[in-house]
Write a protein that binds this ligand. Structure first.
Ligand SMILES: [Zn+2]
Ligand SMILES: [Zn+2]
Length: 240
């Protein structure tokens, strides 16, 4: 026998379109599993909130689950203007609703509309469409990079649009960029011996005390290599 946690009366198993519901014939309380509630259109964020609250350590436990007899967590859930005191079994993934509480659970508009007349549904759809058009009209057009920036944008390179304002001049970024150019100029005509000495070799990562991890950043194989690295560095560096 599955007994009502409120009054001890035997619960009646009832098949409903969304799934099985256990109903107390005496106090009219209902025990409903979470998947059934979701199928019935109960709002996801409402159920998630209830579940998170039910998993708190210090929550009060008054009633026992009619199925597994574990103490159910008492959760106060907000539904519109009123508060519902629900009892949640986190083992069975189910909620006990006292008389009238189930009706107050917020539901998705799509499910609510099933109970409306055809005319009312049409009106609701038209209103939703109008609201969406107004929203789209109010939204600013997506900004397109100005000046020469359309070129890197087309090439798939990063371009800053509506970037956050800089809080100061990015001296460190500029200094490193200048050092990159200077090192490139100094090594352009005799790159190989420098790379052998200061390039990064994974199998010999600890050479020069591990310093090649950093020095390798300053070595570039050609002008294009240097320019593309500098471009990315200057676009992202100042934001860091
Ligand atoms: Zn009862
Ligand atoms: Zn249970």
């Amino acid at each position: 026998m599955v007994a009502c946690p409120r009054c001890g009366e035997s619960l009646v198993k009832r098949m409903t379109p969304p799934g099985v519901v256990y109903v107390c014939p005496d106090c009219e309380g209902r025990h409903v599993a979470s998947p059934v509630l979701r199928t019935a259109g109960a709002r996801g964020n409402f159920l998630n909130r209830v579940w998170l609250d039910a998993k708190h350590e210090d929550v009060e436990r008054l009633l026992h689950c009619p199925h597994c007899h574990a103490a159910m967590a008492q959760v106060t859930a907000r539904a519109g203007d009123h508060a519902l005191d629900l009892d949640v079994c986190t083992y069975c993934n189910a909620i006990w609703f006292d008389h009238g509480e189930l009706r107050a659970v917020p539901r998705d508009a799509a499910h609510v509309s099933e109970t409306l007349s055809l005319k009312a549904r049409e009106q609701a759809a038209l209103l939703a469409l109008q609201a969406r058009r107004e929203e789209e009209a109010a939204a600013p057009a997506e900004s397109w990079p100005e000046g020469w920036l359309w070129l890197p944008a087309i090439l798939g390179l990063p371009v800053e649009c509506d970037e956050p304002a800089l809080r100061g001049r990015p001296w460190i970024t500029w200094s490193i960029a200048a050092a990159l150019v200077l090192v490139f100029a100094a090594t352009a005509f005799s790159l190989e011996p420098v790379v052998e000495q200061w390039g990064f070799i994974p199998a010999l990562w600890s050479r020069h005390g591990g310093l090649t991890l950093a020095t390798s950043f300053f070595l570039h194989a050609g002008v294009l290599h240097l320019l593309s690295n500098l471009y990315f560095f200057l676009v992202f560096g100042d934001n860091v």
